[in-house]
Design a protein around this ligand. Structure first.
Ligand code: APR
Ligand code: ZN
Length: 368
């Protein structure tokens, strides 16, 4: 039986979301119906609202979510009704070369970037009967979502939904950049540019693996205070201090690892200059489509530095989501500290405005 869900819908233009009803059809073969418990408000949704990335529309926004399996389609084996699941914003196809190599994060068979389920359609329709697209084949800013089976990963029910939702994007992206992409060893020095939801997860990952010192950089004192509480050993206020000079001073000439977690060309260009000889820069922040940066190539080559692109923290959702949930339950990652504001679905535009103003660690939409 199809059901109606309240959803935050982007018409395709303008930066506002409208709360509208959408019809959610039953899950088809290999699909799962999820009743959302929470959906994080992430920087990647904002890229879309601000016209920096383009999608099919109208779109139910949200790609950082968790909830309960309400129904499963024919042939579903990995999850059952009543399971608590974190949603992955790409569903690995499990057939392409990257999936076969265990690099699910680089899956080329997924259609999630087109906001389509594996069969090339969606289960959402609007009031006019037209197709509605779920952002990244999830659309978590809605009471219900139909997702591909491989996008729904079971986690222990003791993890609260607000924390679980963030495992679906910012936490996996940030902690994964440290442990999967950069493989930071204990005692290495690190700097983190940008302490939003993703950057703070990088700081937590660095504290988890024992990096030292951990220097956090942001324009906002509130974000820097949060970074200190999650394990940053020193902080630098961008805009008020000379960031490269201060970072080099705090890291004895340059850091072993530098993470850019803002997605601005100016700060990406700063990365090589923050590194020690043979250091590694990890590019986590995503700029607008088509943006290019200028880098001193001779300096980069001669000093043997590495720049690494990091997407979704190099994660394999079925491995990384339960692992992060367990680290949280065992008290090794203080993930609940990331949730600064719990909001209702109809307060979502204010949450994006706060993000644009550089305020709030992370807003999370919670559903009844
Ligand atoms: N220098 C230092 N910090 C800055 C600067 C700057 N020039 N400009 C912005 N910031 C800080 C903001 O104050 C904010 O704390 O960067 C942070 C960005 O965080 P959010 O807007 O909360 O975004 P987040 O969800 O963390 O995502 C960051 O990672 O995955 C990508 O698409 C995502 O590009 C986005 C980035
Ligand atoms: Zn995200």
């Amino acid at each position: 039986m199809p059901r109606t869900a309240r959803a935050a819908v982007h018409a395709g233009t303008g930066d506002r979301l409208e709360i509208r009803p959408v019809t959610v059809a039953d899950p088809g073969p290999g699909e799962v119906l999820v009743r959302l418990g929470a959906s994080g408000v992430c920087g990647s949704d904002r890229h879309v609202l601000d016209g920096e990335w383009h999608l099919p529309s109208p779109t139910v926004m949200g790609h950082e979510g968790a909830g309960v399996v309400e129904a499963v389609g024919p042939g579903v084996q990995d999850v059952a009704v009543g399971d608590h699941v974190v949603l992955s914003w790409y569903y690995p196809c499990r057939r392409c070369r990257a999936c076969a190599q265990g690099k699910a994060w680089a899956c080329t068979g997924t259609r999630s970037g087109e906001c389509l389920l594996p069969d090339g359609s969606t289960r959402l329709t609007g009031e006019d009967g037209g197709t509605v697209y779920p952002y990244l084949a999830l659309g978590t800013m809605a009471e219900y979502a139909v997702v591909a089976e491989s996008a729904a990963v079971r986690i222990p029910a003791e993890v609260p939904f607000d924390v679980a939702s963030l495992i679906g994007c910012s936490i996996t992206t940030g902690v994964g950049a440290v442990v999967n992409n950069a493989r930071v060893p204990a005692g290495a020095s690190a700097v983190v540019l940008g302490c939003g939801g993703v950057g703070l997860a990088v700081v937590m990952g660095l504290a988890l693996v024992g990096a030292d010192p951990v220097v956090a950089v942001d324009t906002s004192e509130e974000k820097l205070a949060a970074a200190r509480s999650f394990g940053a050993t020193s902080t630098v206020r961008a805009g008020a201090e000379d960031v490269p000079a201060r970072v080099r001073e705090l890291t004895d000439g340059g850091a072993d690892f530098a993470f850019e977690v803002i997605g601005r060309t100016e700060t990406i260009e700063q990365v090589p200059g923050l590194l020690a000889t043979a250091g590694t820069g990890v590019l986590v922040g995503l700029p607008a489509e088509g943006q290019k940066v200028a880098i001193d190539v001779l300096e980069l080559a001669e000093s043997g530095k590495t720049l690494v692109g990091s997407n979704y923290g190099g994660a394999v959702p079925s491995i990384d989501f339960p692992r992060l949930a367990r680290l949280y339950l065992d008290g090794r990652l203080p993930l609940d500290g990331l949730v600064s504001h719990r909001v209702r679905l109809d307060e979502v535009n204010e949450a994006f405005d706060a993000m644009r103003a550089g305020e709030r660690t992370r807003s999370v939409v919670v559903f009844d």
